[in-house]
Design a binder for this molecule. Sequence first.
Ligand code: SF4
Ligand code: SF4
Length: 361
Amino acid sequence: MKRLTLDGLEALFAALRGQGFELIGPQLRDAALVLGPLEHAAELPVGWTDTAQDGGRYRLARRPDRAHFGYVVGPQSWKRYLFPPEEVLFRARRSGEGFALDPAEPPPRRAFIGVRACDLAAIQVQDRIFVHDPGYQARRAAAFIVAVNCTEAGGTCFCVSQDTGPQARGGFDLALTELCTDARHAFVAEAGSAAGAALLDALPGEAADAADLAAARDAIAHAAAHMGRRLDNAGLAEALRARLEHPHWQQVAERCLSCGNCTMVCPTCFCANVEDRASLDGDSAERVRSWDSCFNLEHSYIVGGNVRSSGAARYRQWLTHKLAHWHDQFGVSGCTGCGRCITWCPVGIDITAEAAALRAG
Ligand code: SF4
Ligand code: SF4
């Protein structure tokens, strides 16, 4: 473990740029913290926080300090870089009597800066979903992950319930814990891969001492003790399977707009639509995959009609897939406790509250 100063953080950014990585990290845009390219540590949302999140509520506020990672998660997750909202799976052009496929482009090498533990878990979930997807696997192999341990929790966070956070426990190249007090501003850095260890060795900084490690531990424990939400997973999958005809699904549907926001912001949701597009002259065609949502009526269309024609059926599909059937399909929960679906639901429907209501009913 090493203690980095602010200069050390900037040196990390420079080293990653020097290795040819495009840096992607959180930044302030349109009154939200979103992900995008950045070059320097100062471009992070320094001195901002978003922790006062609630059902259908998201506001930024100024912090009293200059913390560089003093916020939780915004509307976007790393999904958009590993499983892009729209992707050309292949493109074919007329060639002689047939068609030739364009060669696949290598993906950009990207360094993800500030990946939280819940989102690391989500990446590991999507690794299972896309295990046979060559495009996803190539983007994943080209990614360098700089995780950040949460030292504060958001109002809709429940990673402790899902056993995914707030500390990053694997799946990263480097993990940082920011210590931002009157006495000091430093980052305790831990390597999680050979590439991360080599990079950390080359950065300026001193070995973290016992006081640094204790402060980092305390800060993460503070976040763990202040989760805004909790979800009782014990027996939940069985309880949901036993309540597929429960009247509560209809009560939720009376509020749910079927807008699909919850699925767009969710870092594990993977519904997609595939469309073939041909040029007007018939000389080329491409197959495009784009995000879809189980809340879209058309998504359940099979020959003869839509099998989930009501809002209640679509909400039931989403929630039972996340919290019950996902276990059968992928061996883990489909929910990492990031809280985005609660914050970004325009009517504040809360997965933790609905699961509890169904269990109690
Ligand atoms: S279901 Fe909601 S809380 Fe769970 S991972 Fe998806 S967006 Fe986050
Ligand atoms: S639960 Fe909320 S975010 Fe999800 S589809 Fe319904 S209204 Fe939209």
